[in-house]
Ligand binder design. Sequence first.
Ligand SMILES: CC(C)(COP(=O)(O)OP(=O)(O)OC[C@H]1O[C@@H](n2cnc3c(N)ncnc32)[C@H](O)[C@@H]1OP(=O)(O)O)[C@@H](O)C(=O)NCCC(=O)NCCS
Length: 184
Amino acid sequence: MCYALCKQKNVRLKGGRIILIRRPTMRDLGALTKYINGLVEEDAPIDMTERISTSFERKWLKENVDDFKNGKRHYVMALLDGGMVGATNITVGKGRHSHVAEYGISVDKKYRRIGIGSALTKYILDVGKRDKKIKIITLRVYEFNTKAKAMYEKFGFRKVAYLRDRVMYKGKLYGEYVMDWERK
Ligand SMILES: CC(C)(COP(=O)(O)OP(=O)(O)OC[C@H]1O[C@@H](n2cnc3c(N)ncnc32)[C@H](O)[C@@H]1OP(=O)(O)O)[C@@H](O)C(=O)NCCC(=O)NCCS
């Protein structure tokens, strides 16, 4: 369960700064909305393309706080300089896919390349590895997202499929890779 597995943790980055990694609560509504809209405004290589409202995010957070409790979703945010600077999650599949979890990650543009992505990935993979029903952690990444692909490979994800023309980004079609981490 995320409540049991996603413990609050301070992590020292390679440059010495310390981030706090923890689950979000309803009090983080404003920070989460601002964070997601920052990624949308940047046109980051993620599936979300529309700005979200606080009421949309409140609904999402309410529904997901339950999922955090029952272990269907593990979600944590990273905090630095008094604000939200990154987030990661793994969402466990249902029924015949209940051994497969989908992973996602993002870091605020102003805070990239200082190790936050790696710290979050390490944290959420540790959570996934302790959740013994999860055998495969899977992700999708746009083919041109070399930074993200390099990070995933560093953490043991391997390309298992290429989906041609799967995403439209800045008016052009691109392929997408499926990458898996498998429990040995
Ligand atoms: C991908 C992302 C999460 C990486 O976060 P980050 O905090 O910058 O990552 P880190 O500083 O921990 O770097 C992790 C690894 O990523 C790779 N990487 C990150 N930035 C890179 C860059 N500019 N050039 C080359 N490799 C890069 C490197 O392998 C790096 O490892 P290293 O430091 O040992 O060289 C971040 O760039 C991001 O949020 N991008 C926009 C959203 C996104 O693409 N999400 C993933 C969707 S699939």
